[in-house]
Design a protein around this ligand. Structure first.
Ligand code: ADP
Length: 721
């Protein structure tokens, strides 16, 4: 099907023709035949890189140019930025694009001027909770990676959000994009959508298992030269010799870093002098951003053409690695599966070194087929590679047979709604009531019947869980104690703040019961909520953390009895996380924190990001409920944002000054922007360098009396100064 023949405005057709897209891929053509451009709901379950985004673009552009507005929902912030960058190319068609991934209690009414809004599902949910007006104008909703409905963490929000959007705008077109899943037909039926299922790919994908020096696919085999003792390194070398790049998936961060390091000597030998020079520049860039042990290791790998990629790295570091790989300079990325789930980063050969993953309940377990497919699907760069290869590595014949049967020949699993537990449902029950989607019990059940959970389980068990949620919300004072469903002001605030009602109840109780509020008391209160992400306990942590608890027992609202081993262990994990935050707000260096807590820089920022938000919630709740702690929590919120002590706060309001620079200024006798304003430029330049000093002076001289806090898109805050 030719682009020329589509029922689209001429300027849209011209846009694609100019970018070299002349004809639709077969699954895209099928989608058009099934009503994509006529406003029909559609579920496209097709492999990565087969043009799902283009489907979304065509539907969005058609609708927008007829006066509509599009919402593009993604699961990850990194994906939101990727899509945002792509859609900004439509500015030549007069289309405005906005992105929303930030603070959860803002309405972001200003975003409404845009024609396309890219948002995470959590942010979309929070915009709905805050009754953002422009949400009613949406004419197309794209739900990217919709198979994540199966995820216990993010699935419930995604399905409730879709149900709400459909209820609010019944005529709105829903376009759901999914990886191949077993029950795509069921998902499509729930969405009242046409279904396009296809295995078609623009680049041929060879899937197989490597065993004893040979790569076996279903219809062919290739022997791989045994140049080193490590088979995966041999597979890498084989790809590089044919001018390709490799993605290697490992089960843990430790293994993924170890493999990147292991492959360095082999990969380095294949590099041209020119490439080595560029890699050295990329490595220097890494070291400029961060000087932790992890970054030093990463830079050393990059100099040799390899890199590792996992959630312990900060966003800027991950972006440097991704860009270096896309540019063809970094030849190998060894990654945890985080990369497979989100980014568009294909490679000639994907090597899956470990098909098992650790789970706290069941130990090491084989990954689901769906996850394998996501990784394998990264093989083959469209238009750049002649083919892609996805290789599982077997160590024994039995394993070889197992991998062939259970992955290469297997179908992806069905996906299942995870909404049916009190923990998942509680927050959505409150927000549904709070937003007026349900005023009575029957209306609530009616609304929940529109979810995938009710569709899949025919309502089985729903009313029991709903009753548990309602009882909890009434008992905690978030709903009036009447039969009608009426939110209290507490309940409404909890819904708008986008916090789990259980977290809010714990915070309120903690503030009431605390005898005094030290930094540790508040940080631990934040860490004791289910919204917090906790650090794992390592074996040698127990003694240290336990000793700390003994010495500081009076600062915790309550120390559980150590006779209840599970509860006590959980508590120690909360304390460990609080201690990380305590070090962070006392300006301990990232490297020191990483080494002390056995974590990555990216984790520090991710934890601080969540803690900042829950501390914000704490301040708000203390204010509304007239409890102690509002002032202290507000101050700590800002300190967590910057990772700094109180005396630096005024300096940190200046753009371009992070905690390191602020400390340097403070030690030199400057404690505020006012003091800086009267300072000698040269003295400041000697402290911060001439460029930054100049930028700061221009800012101070030209700015208003009230300094602005500049929110960064990345959670990295100002630490890189
Ligand atoms: P997906 O979202 O399924 O991973 P994308 O939509 O990102 O895939 O498409 C992958 C690449 O293929 C993009 O570079 C896109 O421009 C290109 N592409 C998509 N559809 C076509 C087409 N019909 N003809 C040529 N290139 C296409």
């Amino acid at each position: 099907m030719k682009i020329e023949s589509l029922d689209l405005p001429d300027e849209v057709k011209r846009f694609y023709l100019d970018s070299g897209i002349l004809e639709l891929y077969p699954p895209q053509a099928e989608a058009v035949e099934k009503g994509l451009l006529e406003g029909r709901n559609l579920l496209a379950a097709i492999p990565t890189a087969s043009g799902k985004t283009l489907l979304a673009e065509l539907a969005m552009l058609k609708s927008i140019l007829a006066g509509g507005k599009a919402l593009y929902i993604v699961p990850l912030r990194a994906l939101a930025s990727e899509k945002f960058k792509r859609f900004r190319e439509f500015s030549e068609l007069g289309i405005r694009v906005g992105i929303s991934t930030g603070d959860y209690d803002l309405r972001d009414e200003g975003l409404g001027v845009n024609d396309i809004i890219v948002a995470t599902s959590e942010k979309t949910d929070s915009l709905l909770r805050n009754e953002t007006i422009w949400m009613q104008e949406i004419s197309v909703v794209v739900a990217d990676e919709v198979h994540l409905i199966d995820s216990p963490d993010r699935g419930p929000t995604l399905e409730v959000t879709l149900a709400k959007l459909r209820k609010m705008n019944p005529s709105c077109q829903i376009l759901a994009l999914s990886a191949t899943v077993g029950n795509a037909d069921e998902l499509a039926a729930w969405l009242e959508a046409e279904l396009v299922v296809s295995e078609w790919r623009p680049t041929e994908l060879l899937e197989g298992v490597f065993f004893n020096g040979t790569f076996y696919c279903e219809d062919r085999e290739k022997s791989i030269e045994q140049s080193t003792k490590d088979e995966a390194v041999n597979l890498v070398l084989d790809t590089l010799k044919k001018d390709g790049q490799c993605l290697v998936f490992e089960s843990s961060r430790k293994n993924c870093m170890a493999f990147a390091k292991k492959a360095t000597s082999t990969v380095k030998k294949t590099l041209s002098t020119e490439n080595r020079k560029i890699l050295a520049e990329i490595a220097d860039e890494i070291l400029e951003i961060s000087d932790t042990d992890t970054s030093t290791n990463l830079a050393a790998c990059v100099r040799s053409g390899t890199a590792f990629h996992h959630a312990g790295l900060t966003t800027p570091l991950r972006e440097i690695v991704e860009d270096g790989f896309r540019a063809g300079k970094i030849k190998l990325i060894s990654s945890t599966p985080t990369l497979a789930a989100g980014l568009n980063l294909p490679a000639r050969r994907v090597i899956i070194r470990s098909y098992r993953r650790y789970s706290s309940e069941d130990g090491m377990q084989p990954i689901p087929v769906l996850e394998y497919k996501q990784m394998a699907g990264r093989a083959g760069r469209p238009r750049l590679d002649p083919y892609g290869e996805a290789v599982l590595v077997a160590k024994s014949y039995n394993e070889f047979v197992f991998l062939f049967e259970n992955y290469i020949k297997a179908e992806a699993e069905d996906i299942w709604s995870k909404l049916g537990t009190e923990n998942a449902l509680r927050t959505h029950v409150l927000s549904t009531i709070s937003n007026g989607f349900a005023r009575t019990y029957d209306e609530l059940i009616d609304f929940l019947e529109a979810t995938f959970f009710a569709f899949q389980y025919s309502n089985f068990g729903l009313s029991t869980v709903v009753n548990e949620c309602l009882n909890f919300l009434r008992q905690e004072g978030m709903l009036e104690k009447t039969d009608a469903l009426i939110p209290t002001s507490f309940g409404r605030l909890v819904s708008r703040l986008y916090i789990d009602p259980l977290s809010a109840a714990r915070i309120a109780k903690g503030l009431k019961e605390a005898k005094s509020l030290s930094e540790l008391t508040l940080l631990h209160l934040v860490c004791s909520t289910p919204d917090m992400r906790l650090l794992y306990m390592r074996n040698h942590d127990y003694q240290d953390i336990n000793d700390y608890v003994m010495a500081h027992a009076s600062e915790f609202v309550k120390v559980p009895s150590s006779f209840d081993a599970t509860e006590y262990e959980w508590f120690l994990g909360e304390v460990k996380t609080s201690l990380l935050l305590l070090d962070w707000v006392h300006e301990k260096s990232e490297n020191e924190i990483c080494l002390k807590f056995g974590t990555g820089e990216g984790d520090i920022h991710a934890i601080a990001d969540i803690a900042e938000w829950i501390m914000h919630v704490t301040a708000q709740l203390a204010g509304l409920l007239d409890l102690k702690g509002a002032k202290e929590a507000t101050e700590l919120e800002k300190r967590i944002h910057y990772g700094a002590a109180p005396e630096l706060m005024d300096l940190l309001d200046i753009r371009g000054i992070g905690r390191v620079r602020a400390r340097r200024l403070y030690e030199a006798g400057f404690s505020s922007s006012a003091e800086l304003a009267g300072a000698d430029l040269e003295k400041v330049a000697a402290l911060l360098g001439p460029k930054i000093a100049d930028r700061i002076f221009r800012q101070i001289e030209g700015r208003d009396a009230v300094p602005q806090i500049v929110e960064s898109e990345h959670p990295e805050k100002s630490s890189s100064s």
